[in-house]
Design a protein around this ligand. Structure first.
Ligand SMILES: Nc1ncnc2c1ncn2[C@@H]1O[C@H](COP(=O)(O)OP(=O)(O)OP(=O)(O)O)[C@@H](O)[C@H]1O
Ligand SMILES: [Mg+2]
Length: 402
């Protein structure tokens, strides 16, 4: 069995290099199990850095002690709808709940948005004021569902874990409702553990929720260090009772450059190429070019092919500034214009998912190493159109402004 897992959200053999995040998660789980309010957690990172993996790990850490609801925001779909779908599916998957609780929970979920539902081990029914009305506000329906969920969990002696993935696409109003519910649950006897993950635009959303989220620990996922990268490659191989030669390991580590998705992708390809119990440099070299081409095609070539000359000139200028996020002013300076001159180009790069605005005034590539890729292939991307556009900008900025 291949011990590498190059797929979205697939748990790696071990989550390497994320000790601060994992220890905050363990602490939150410990508190929730003890019935005291855990701190909500936020994880922010570029594509393929391991956000979904951490949310999954948090749910698994709870084991049988938690009722876990993984929500993934789908842009355009109301969070109340996503939550409802998840709850309905959850009732189908919790066979381990005592049957009575399971049935009552099922009834509760299906009863929403009707008028009332039966609570397990409780006398009578609880009326969900307003929530039964199809015309009721989405936040009332969301609150009613969250209430049903925590009641069912309490009856089953579990705590609730809610994870929200792709948080950057969430609607601020719906998040406000969820966050308020979690905040209030912290004052009661059934605290809810909430963890959210998203791309860098999540910062803007957090800013809008600031009254509640000020003190939430926020973790920014970075690339793994060289020694962590080596660990992340060697460990799965050793766990599969095989061996990897040092030079093969170094080659894989340098190719994946600490990027979690690449670690899995290159590791997996080398594993497929090996024979017996030993991964050699020859295996790595035989597998590398195919998987590199596949990665480059999906991460860089296809997205970059959608750019107009104007957008490409911007992207190249940003790439030349190197890794990480940069001031818009610096990109503008490189092109000889002012930052406001670039605002529509920036907006279209964001729309095409090439770039992101982590905080106002700054810009970064969405996928790690886009800068490195663009600089290495500059000749192909800096076409005559791109050069003509850049020359036009330079001529315009040379003229004194009226
Ligand atoms: N700490 C880690 N060590 C090794 N591999 C990891 C680590 N974290 C994640 N991975 C691997 O990286 C890949 C991407 O992980 P994941 O899907 O969680 O990223 P993501 O940040 O959610 O990406 P996206 O923004 O595209 O949803 C997966 O194959 C996963 O197994
Ligand atoms: Mg993800």
């Amino acid at each position: 069995m291949n011990p590498f897992h190059p797929a979205p959200g697939a748990l790696p053999e071990r989550i390497v290099g994320r000790e601060p995040e994992l220890s905050a998660m363990r602490e939150a789980v410990r508190r929730a199990m003890a019935g005291s309010p855990p701190s909500p957690l936020v994880v922010i990172g570029q594509r393929g850095m391991g956000k979904t993996v951490l949310l999954r790990e948090l749910r698994e850490l709870g084991g049988a002690a938690t009722l876990a609801v993984p929500l993934e925001v789908v842009s355009g779909q109301p969070l109340a709808e996503t939550l409802r779908e998840k709850l309905v599916r959850l009732t189908e998957s919790v066979e381990s709940l005592p049957i009575r609780v399971g049935r009552a929970f099922d009834a509760a979920v299906h009863a929403i948005p009707k008028v009332s539902y039966e609570l397990p081990h409780h006398a009578g029914a609880i009326a969900l004021s307003g929530a039964g009305d199809e015309r009721s506000k989405p936040e009332d329906r969301t609150l009613a569902m969250l209430g049903a969920l925590t009641d069912a969990a309490r009856a089953a002696k579990r705590y609730v874990t809610i994870t929200v993935d792709e948080m950057q696409d969430a609607d601020a109003g719906a998040m406000q409702t969820l966050v308020r519910f979690v905040h209030e649950s912290a004052q009661g006897d059934a605290p809810v553990l909430l963890a959210c993950a998203g791309l860098s635009e999540t910062y803007a959303l957090l800013e809008r929720l600031r009254t509640y989220v000020q003190r939430w620990p926020t973790f920014e996922l970075r690339l793994l260090t060289p020694s962590e990268t080596i660990e992340a490659i060697r460990e799965p191989i050793v766990a599969a009772r095989a061996h990897i030669d040092e030079n093969a390991l170094d080659e894989l580590a340098s190719e994946s450059a600490g990027y979690p998705y690449f670690i899995q992708a290159y590791g997996s390809a080398a594993w497929e190429a090996h024979h017996g119990k030993r991964v050699t440099l020859a295996d790595v070299r035989a597998s590398l070019s195919g998987v590199r081409a596949r990665n480059e095609a999906s991460f860089y070539v296809r997205p970059l092919a959608k750019l107009t000359p104007r957008e490409m000139a911007f992207a190249i200028a940003l790439a030349e500034l190197g890794d990480g996020s940069h001031e818009m002013r610096a990109v503008a300076g490189a092109l000889g214009v002012t930052a406001p001159d670039l605002s529509s180009t920036r907006a279209s790069l964001v729309r095409k998912s090439i770039a992101a605005v982590p905080i106002p005034g700054r810009i970064e590539f969405r996928i790690p190493f886009t800068d490195r890729y663009l600089c290495a292939h500059r000749g192909e991307y800096e076409t005559a159109d791109v050069r003509a556009y850049r020359a036009g900008l330079a001529r315009r900025s040379a003229k004194p402004r009226a």
